[in-house]
Design a protein around this ligand. Structure first.
Ligand code: NAD
Length: 443
């Protein structure tokens, strides 16, 4: 199959590389010529485990091509996947500028045969139809339309794409369904189900799924706050809840809240759909509000530790990415927390294995360190924002000896409080009692 991917972000690039691996001829189109130049050399513009290797293999096999030339990209396409961003706009509504611009591009460069246009970007219900109408407004050539939301997670994206829990498609067109079944046959033949729905239901599945996961995170964070106030330990509470098979423990890890390019904007889009249909989405409003509050509470606890005055305090930070295994900092809790510390007059030095460059592009006042130990030199406090594996078992004695004051605020509950306290730290975490240092001299 001749496949065209529009947009070489996390979703587009992974989709393109995976579909090339399964034997399709794939052309990836992006309007950013710098990205296209990098991709032609087999280099991914972002960190995603295994992706650069897969790109190189498929470029060398002649199945994967990159271009910024719209006419060339659309000329032979049998299936076109729209994978451009749908961020939250300044008005907190889903910004459809990029997907609608792609619709105009497709209309202006419509192939002579009838392609299937597949909306893979996450879009509010009704948008796939709007895209189809937009294309029809610019061309008389026939085409088919489908929606096909993507569920991959950054950091595990290739595996998620190739071994999905489910593939969801929405279409009214038999031809679109036939071609999508053919494209996904290498995955469905391995037992991964493909569910074909009407278009609005397919669009809604994506939002309902992300909203549910975001809801679990805010739920556990709300209970964690109660635990802090009432002297309970959220990790024990979670373990006790999680053994109930109806509940489980997935997405019930307490922390400083969710970030990234999906949960925050998708929760807002659900709220927007509720407002537009005069059916306010009260749970989703609360999920969003709790998530914002969680960052601010953490920031306030740090400032309170210094009696409200963090001027000239040296703050060390481990982890900037919105989650481990990615360099993505979009809507990361670290952004709000570190901005708050800088606004209060603190000096911040941070270490992240992959996300430092993206972070300093957003918040240039933060100094970055090249490793976890140099980040803590002379620090009055260490803050953990992302649970990268390399932070799991640090040499606590070394960390303590490098810091000016052994205080830790762990936003991801990475350690056992008694262990950190024994190493001489005062240890604050989420939803658990603060552990006071129980040794006074360095180990
Ligand atoms: P991204 O922001 O990483 O990448 C989008 C790319 O599209 C950019 O490279 C940009 O240059 C390009 N682009 C913009 N306009 C274009 C045009 N007219 N023609 C060609 N290229 C164009 O996006 P992403 O994170 O991959 O997300 C894409 C969509 O997938 C969003 O709707 C998102 O909600 C959804 N999604 C994302 C994830 C994720 O983990 N990132 C997971 C599932 C679904």
């Amino acid at each position: 199959m001749q496949v065209t991917i529009v947009g070489t972000g996390y979703v587009g690039l992974v989709t393109g590389a995976a579909l090339a691996k399964t034997g399709n001829t794939v052309t990836c189109l992006d309007i950013d010529p710098g990205k296209v130049a990098l991709l032609r050399q087999g280099t991914s513009p972002f960190y995603e485990p295994g992706l650069s290797e897969l790109l190189t293999q498929n470029i060398e096999a002649g199945r994967l091509h990159f271009t910024d030339d719209r006419a060339a990209a659309y000329a032979d396409a049998e299936v076109i996947f729209i994978c451009v961003g749908t961020p939250t706009g300044d008005d907190e509504r889903c910004d459809l500028t990029a997907v609608l611009a792609v619709a105009d591009d497709i209309a202006a460069n419509m192939p002579g045969h009838d392609p299937v246009v597949v909306v893979k970007s996450t879009v509010p219900v009704g948008t796939t139809k709007r895209i189809a109408e937009r294309i029809s407004g610019g061309t008389t050539q026939p085409f088919h339309i489908a929606n096909n939301p993507e569920f991959l997670r950054e950091g595990n994206a290739l595996d998620d794409f190739m071994r999905p829990d489910r593939i969801v498609c929405g279409t009214d067109s038999r031809e679109a369904e036939t071609r999508l079944r053919a494209v996904y046959e290498p995955f469905t033949s391995q037992g991964h189900p493909l569910l074909v729905f009407d278009i609005p239901s397919s669009e809604m599945v994506k939002y309902a799924s992300n909203a549910m996961l975001a809801c679990k995170i805010s739920f556990v964070n709300e209970i964690a706050t109660l635990c802090e106030r009432l002297g309970a330990d959220i990790n024990l509470v979670r373990a006790g809840m999680g053994t109930d098979h109806r509940i489980g423990t997935e997405f019930l890890a307490p922390g400083i809240g969710y970030g990234g390019s999906c949960f925050p904007k998708d929760t807002l889009a659900v709220i927007e759909m509720g407002e537009d249909t005069q059916s306010p989405c009260l749970i989703n409003q609360a999920v969003h509000a709790i998530n914002q509050r969680q960052r601010q509470r953490f920031l306030k606890r740090i400032i309170d530790h210094f009696d409200g005055d963090i001027r000239n305090k040296q703050v060390a930070v481990w982890g900037l990415a919105f989650k481990p295994q990615t360099d993505d900092v979009r809507a990361a809790p670290s952004i709000d927390i570190l901005r708050g510390l800088l606004d209060g007059g603190a000096a911040v030095t941070a270490y992240d294995p992959e996300a430092a460059a993206n972070f300093t592009a957003e918040v240039p006042q933060v100094r970055t360190a090249t490793d976890r130990y140099s980040a803590v030199e002379g620090a009055d406090v260490l803050i953990i924002c992302t649970e990268w594996d390399e932070f799991r078992a640090p040499d606590f004695a070394k960390v303590r000896s490098l810091m000016a004051s052994p205080v830790m605020f762990d936003g991801r509950n990475m350690y056992r409080p008694c262990e950190v306290a024994k190493a001489g730290f005062t240890y604050h975490s989420i939803g658990r009692p603060t552990a006071k240092a129980c040794q006074t001299s360095p180990a």
